[in-house]
Design a protein around this ligand. Structure first.
Ligand SMILES: *Cc1c(COP(=O)(O)O)cnc(C)c1O
Length: 373
């Protein structure tokens, strides 16, 4: 860690540095585009671009050629809309709560309609305004989470009045097991999707998420939409991750102490030293998105040396055993690696018993976010 970056941390009082490599993110987008080609790739920038800041990520992806964006909540779309040129589409995956239709139409945001009630609400507004309003229709092809049931879509296809005033931009669905290429659910969902899409000829099909792109052409439809792979997460479990790492996380040391054998460390005294031990306390905890599940099991790194987490993860700090480093190596203000060359995002997620998505979206606001172009 160079001196310049350390000074940035101390001047802002941040607890660590979350490095975000926008160049790598761009390369990931282009890799996904080549994997999906000739089908275009949309960017999923919900949850503030998986915690990396949609205001930085989305305009950069626009420059890389991306013209379609997805967020989860309408509030996210309202924030993003002014940051993107008019030749972009922003879809709201969760659709609209009743009463949000007018604002949505005025802002030029496109809802994903997940149920007959949302369809009716959107159509009513279009008729009231005597104009056409764009929308996506989502089918539930087997995940039982969001979307219209196949028989509801058949009903819509058979009765054109239900879509009065609505211009369908997409017919879409979401894969439940795309990260497991051998899972039988993938082919099952694809087959339902094909039956549904056939009832809406001429409407673009949007099906594959990050994992779906790697399931092959059958899954690509007319538009892919990717999230985690853009941000460097693994797309397929059990296979080498083809994406470039986007995120590094280094956390500042706030104290180093040497204790004798038999000393308890942290809340609950779950760890007791077995010999003389040098312990560093670092300035990040579960309030910074470092899971409490890493208590007594995770590790950080310094110069390639593994430094095990000892005791429980606290809200704002973690204790690590730094005995493996020569005395004096770590001092107040030293930075240790949580995510970086020695430990990937996936490694941390696995150690905590969770997934990269949850780690990224939990990282919190107390880090200095250092963007690299
Ligand atoms: C979050 C989400 C995505 C993005 O999935 P990734 O696995 O991150 O690529 C795509 N579609 C829907 C409906 C989602 O909820």
């Amino acid at each position: 860690m160079d001196q310049g970056v350390r000074q940035t941390v101390s001047s802002e009082g941040a607890c660590g540095i979350l490095g975000i490599d926008l160049g790598a993110l761009r390369d990931n987008y282009l890799l996904l585009c080549s994997q999906a080609a000739p089908v275009p790739v949309a960017a999923v920038v919900k949850a503030d671009a998986y915690g990396l800041h949609a205001g930085r990520v989305a305009p950069m992806l626009y420059d890389a050629g991306c013209r379609t964006f997805f967020v989860a909540h309408f509030s996210e779309a309202l924030k993003l809309r002014p940051l993107l040129a008019q030749d972009t589409r922003i879809f709201v995956l969760n659709g609209l709560q009743p009463g949000n239709e007018t604002t949505c139409a005025d802002a030029g945001i496109i809802p994903v309609l997940n149920g007959l009630e949302q369809v009716a609400n959107w159509s009513r507004l279009a008729k009231l305004r005597n104009r056409t309003l764009p929308a996506a229709l989502q089918a539930d092809t087997g995940m039982s989470r969001l979307g219209l049931a196949p028989d509801e879509l058949t009903q819509i296809a058979a009765d054109a009045t239900l879509l009065d005033g609505i211009r369908l931009e997409l017919i879409m669905s979401h894969l439940a097991c795309a990260d497991e290429p051998d899972h039988a659910a993938n082919a099952g969902q694809l087959s339902v999707m094909r039956t549904v899409a056939a009832q809406f000829p001429g409407v673009a099909l949007c099906f594959a998420n990050s994992g779906g792109i790697f399931l092959g052409k059958d899954y690509h439809g007319d538009l892919a939409r990717t999230g985690i792979a853009l941000y460097g997460g693994a797309v397929v479990s059990g296979v080498a991750n083809p994406m470039k790492p986007v995120v590094t996380l280094d956390i500042a040391v706030v104290q180093v102490r040497t204790v004798p054998a038999g000393i308890a460390v942290g809340y609950g005294g779950t760890y007791v030293t077995t010999g003389e031990t040098r312990i560093a306390t670092i300035a990040g905890g579960y309030a910074d998105g470092l899971p409490r599940a890493l208590s007594d099991r995770g590790a950080l790194y310094y110069n390639g040396v593994r430094l095990p987490i000892v005791g429980r993860v606290s809200m704002d700090s973690i204790s690590i055993d730094v005995t493996a480093l020569p005395p004096g190596t770590l001092t107040l203000g030293s930075m240790v690696e949580m995510i970086g060359p020695n430990q990937t995002l996936e490694d941390i997620a696995a150690a905590a018993g969770t997934i990269s998505y949850e780690i990224l979206t939990s990282l919190g606001q107390r880090y200095h976010r250092a963007y690299k172009a």
